[in-house]
Design a protein around this ligand. Sequence first.
Ligand SMILES: [Zn+2]
Ligand SMILES: [Zn+2]
Length: 283
Amino acid sequence: MNTTTKLISLHGGHSGQYCSHARDLLEDIIQRYIELGFTKVGITEHVPPITDSFLYPDEKKLNLTTADLYKRFEDYIKHINRLKKKYASKIKIFIGMETETYTGYVDHIKKLTSIFQPDYIVGSVHHIDDNCFDYSKDEYEKIALDCGSYETMYEKYFDLQYEMIKELKPFVVGHFDLIRIYDGGYEKRLLLPQIVQKIKRNLMLIKALDLVMDFNLRALKTGAKEPYITTSILKRAAKMGIRVVPGDDSHGVNEAGGHVDKAIEILKALGFDTLWPEPRLLT
Ligand SMILES: [Zn+2]
Ligand SMILES: [Zn+2]
């Protein structure tokens, strides 16, 4: 690895304090990034849900409500602002939040953005027709069944992503091909003409808006052979001159910074620029 390339993650830093499926204290996670030599990092906690029907299973199990999670998010923003100042001489923290795309999300996210003024947002799609597809394989299969086929599910995903990008202009587009999460046949599926056409359309919008794509390393943790974005899409993005930045999508101290060095190697090999852009709000 070229030593001039700086370690970075623009998606992650979920902590047990502010996310029910993460672990550890936010400050310990920040300290871990510093220890690893990061000089810049984006922390992007999940937004609170719009209604109780969009609580994640882990949140339901803890009997949390929308109001609880709103309060928790408020606390997150206050805390990360304090840490940003406290560690300013060691690491530049960008305060972010990761979106959702369920019914009503556009107003919900715009409102949260104007109230909490994060440095940037990560635009992610975790739902199709208001059902969360990435939480478990069972749910994923059920949604595919409801859609009629995997192909239709993929198409709906990329259509929703297109709308989200247009509406929210997130500085970082999160895990672009997350829809492949539980699909063993994803490589071929992502090359089907009707799906490629939607992928190309979305990439063109990302390029036109000058957004950044998240090279999401969470996949490696769960045993996948490559990060989100898959190689075929990554190559297209490289050709189009789209910027791609590593995101560890970490949910605890031991995941912070994980695989970022490997991600940088892959990006360099494909000819991506590794002078990382600084996140900002675009709306
Ligand atoms: Zn999470
Ligand atoms: Zn996500």
